[in-house]
Design a protein around this ligand. Sequence first.
Ligand code: MN
Length: 196
Amino acid sequence: MTHTLMTLPFDKNALEPFISEETLEYHHGKHHAAYINNLNKLIEGTKYEERTLVDIVTSSEGGIFNNAAQVYNHNFYFSGMSSTNTEPSETLKALLSKEFGSLEAFKDQFVREASALFGAGWVWLSIDKEGALLIESFSNAGNPLLTGNTPLMTCDVWEHAYYIDYRNVRPEYIEKWWGLINWDFVSQNLAAVIAA
Ligand code: MN
């Protein structure tokens, strides 16, 4: 199976001024595309050739894992942003309040962890098998599939996600990214877990 680069669910200039068209040209058009190309090359002729992306992420290591997970993570990240204003569902809001105290307290903790994560990585909102929400931080290409949880939302804190627009000021990027969250996507991910 050949993996293909997802189409962005918004125009490349739709997130300006918070995330520029230039950033998306590099982030989606170069970095994300490179992970796809690398993955397709690396799995050729291996047992991973016919597997789904999730299967590869949860059963591989080394270069195949790194590229597959980066494809999965970027699909999730780009699907999780929107140029239009969205709100968390009532169910999501209730669970966030139960776990973190309030939506605002959840934001504070998420932004703090994403700002503090050392080096390149990903910060996720996920849900565990008992139905509890949690924030999980991973270095490099990590994601909640590795801890057996279900991902709901993610922020990419690799420098390539923000360096053009914010240089080294990661907290400012995270603050602006927060306003771009596609809460419909996050709420639908939660609803799919609850329905399962
Ligand atoms: Mn990235």
